[in-house]
Write a protein that binds this ligand. Sequence first.
Ligand SMILES: [Zn+2]
Length: 479
Amino acid sequence: MEFESVIGLEIHTQLKTQTKMFCSCKIVDSNSPANSSICPVCTAQPGALPKPNEKAVEMAIKIGHALNCSINKFSVFARKNYFYPDLPKGYQISQYELPICENGYIEISNKKIRIKRAHLEEDAGKSLHAIGSEKLEHTLVDFNRCGVPLVEIVSEADMRTPDEAYEYLTELKKLLRWIDVSNCDMEKGELRCDVNVSIREKGTEKFGTKVEIKNLNSFKAVKDALNYEIKRQTEAKLKGENIEHETRLWDASKGITVVMRTKEMANDYRYFPDPDLPPLNIEEEKIENIKKSLGKLPYQIKKEYVLKFGVKEEDIETITSSRYLNSYFEKILSFTSEKETIKNSLNIINTQVLGYINQQKIDEADIETKAPNPKFVFEIAKLLSANEVSSAGAKKLFEEAIKTNESPSILVEKLGLKQTNDLSEIEKFVKEAVELNKKAFEDFKNGNEKATGPIVGYVMKQSKGRANPKIVMDILKKL
Ligand SMILES: [Zn+2]
């Protein structure tokens, strides 16, 4: 029997608003003193009333647009009831029957992964069982995170391999960062991921019993946990065992999943519309304006570049991965529309510029001010396309330009890196080289391209590295 896996993802992303979802408490990071940003609303004092954060609603609409969802003009906040010490109200405000966004999709490797829904909700607080390494006698609760706005994005079970799940996550994170609604730092809990996975006999339609996995705090953990779980379920099926409908935890140190609880059903949460909050009524015009404000999205830009410049998708992966890198590249496009120069610029960005950014640990948001001058990149790329500098020369120019902050078009002369395209000068050297390396020349004539090494070497030496290798080869072939 051959099996295939069926995978769906639930993502929680923390929105980058200044204040919380239903009160005006500032959002503070985890280093802030416990309970330093709380009020009667987010700690559920009697009589306190929630009021939705308009910015969070706008961000949810942005997310819906980016995920190709339909945005519901009318949506409803619902109470999801459960008891936990870090949830002072005894329920979480979420959206259930009428979410703000529905029926979207993300494209990965030319496959559409459908998005079932994306809805607004609030985060819970944090239980504190220890301070540092010291275990506390009582559990304490920090409500700073209580009421922080989240958007939950639920995919359909359209993924078939752990790799597809990984790709989906990567694409989603890229989009959320691009539209500036979340930083998506998994270590800080700004992006949280639960997966559900089942297996079924290949070729069948019916879903198997699904298992949910929690506690996945990196993309790698998602992939590893899925691989483990698919193997575990396949082995169980082959032994004739039943797969239990349950929630499991990923134990990264042991590389296994362990049972956490048998799955609760939605009706265990007793969802009902929150009587304290009127339904959200959003004007069509507002939805359209938010869409316009988004500008082009990375997947649209990618398609455009491929069409316009004839570049390969993998070459534009990085410059469409973040809006900062993209605006860096767009600056170069403001200097040139020449395809060859654009391709050379991309090459320089993908190797040297990114190398510099990583080495100097430049923050994405600082690319505009701290990355190498895009004009320099353009100038080097142009020299390359005009065959006025060799690729080795171009590398050196880049390094010197950063060091001296001098324009490469001036440096190329100063450093004597300008390649000569002077035919008669190169031809003279080539003829000398052929005289001195008769055997090599014979071999070359007999079809051994590699035999030209000593000939080219001589020409390079005589021209002090300025001879254009392409021209050298052209002359050799002619001879
Ligand atoms: Zn508050």
